[in-house]
Design a protein around this ligand. Sequence first.
Ligand code: GCB
Length: 599
Amino acid sequence: MLRPQDTATRERKRLDGLWDFRLDRDAAGRTERWFAGPLAGAAKMAVPASFNDLVADLETRDFFGDLWYSTTVRVPRGWSGQRVTLYVESATHRATVWANGAEVGSHEGGYLPFELDVTDHVTPGEEVRLTICVNNTLSFQSIPPGVIESQFGGPPKQRYFHDFFNYAGLHRSVWLAAGPAAHIDDVTVVTDIDGTTGVVRSTVAASGADGLAVRQILRDAAGAEAARADGADVSLRVEDAHLWRPGAGYLYDLELQLTDGETVVDSYHQAVGIRTVAVDGTRFLVNGEAVYFTGFGMHEDHAIVGKQHNDALMLRDFANLSWINANSVRTSHYPYSDDFMDHADRVGLLVIDETPAVGLNMSIGGGLFGTQGYTTYSPDTINDETQANHAAVIRELIARDKNRPSVVLWSLANEPETETEGGEEYFRPLFELARELDPTRPLGVVNMMVATHGKCRVSQFGDVLMLNRYYGWYVFTGDLDFAEKAWTHELSGWASEGKPIIITEYGADTIPGLHQLVPQPWSEEYQQAYYAMNHRVFDRFDAVIGEHPWAYADFATTSGIARVDGNKKGIFTRDRQPKQVAHALRTRWAAKSTGHADE
Ligand code: GCB
């Protein structure tokens, strides 16, 4: 599956705008066949957007169940004889699609795209009515998990174990696309460096292409041809290659052509960054050079629009990252939009690419320790079916992002239960799967505080240790002296493992503008003292090769006594203004970060 493009042989039409929309409060839509005609009683809904904050009532904001979307689109008459597909970038958390009332397919998982062939359901030149039933319910079998509970005879409520609001809807663009029946289906690119020569190995898969040939042409950023070869499986050599580096994301364009003699039957363009990634002892190497990661765990989260992808807001985020001398991010806690990832490729941002597996841990909820009243791994909770869904998102994530130079490390989950045998059994095959799918990139799981050094049974499978720790916040709250000692002690254990360590989360909730001469938690001064303490600890260990404060910006969460209008651990506010500590990080990272903006 390839993302739609406009090329010499392909066309696409973006379906964003106002769609008809209806919440299925009585779960009646499927039996009443709401897909069979125009959506009766519909309101308007923005696509892309989360639906939750576009209304002003709690019942709608917290609604879970089926969300019906419908729109009518005219299929371009020039698409006659073409293969027509519908491409949905994100339907959170699952969707079923109908075209003119006929079911065309379904997809599980809210943060990765899916494509459906609608050729037989459309007539070029005529309109087609598309209906998408999005379902946002979380269960122990979904990734991420959740549960529906009902207490004291009250209405059922959706509960979940992750610390961000369960925004839902069509969060990214929806496309109708056309291309030839004989077409390029997939491409896998792996790059290497041989002296000053860049090596680009590219493998193309095609459908309906019997008797057709493949030609691959690599052009530099100025459009000049750098190399070419015939064949589906080629190795292109680029003399004096311009490498993709942290902070300088040089991209070549690889044009893949399916040819019939001199005729180009299909053409697809793949961006290629020539770089290598390796772990060597406790070092993380990009192009053979050791990298120190600076940056953040983030969220796709904005006021009003929720998890909508928006190019303008994205550019501001990249500007902030560049200002603060960040060279990297983790896509906590789910895969981000293709547009975000494209921009990371373009500018040279290093990405730790995370699956949506967050909240597989019943010893934590909404950011707080304390049992959730369930056993994490059991036949009734996180079970084989959950694991199969987890495996599916790993497959889909690697399929989508395998060619991205920005992606240097896969994170298979955030803070799962890893200190038990159940955790070890659950993760062993997932690591094996990810390694088989992508032998070129390091892997890891983000470790949570209860699985301290010596207790975690999953970190043995990873190449990089990713630790989330809140010494001085959730533990030893307000006591930074003691926190420093305890943290140094634990980290010295991890540092003895001989693997690189990235501190993937550390942070303190902070109300911007709250000042205290004697720093106490929640003040700007405490946030600064907290970060200074953490940095003293990190700087004692060569094995620490990266620091990602939690979080880049304040974000929406479910309600709870530890959250005041959401999670306030942002280094930036929700509207992307710096808290006081941002200036200190900027200064520190100007010296520490590899490939930051000022270099
Ligand atoms: C964590 C989670 C993150 C939370 C954060 C917090 O460990 O990974 O999703 O938001 O803690 O602020 O509690």
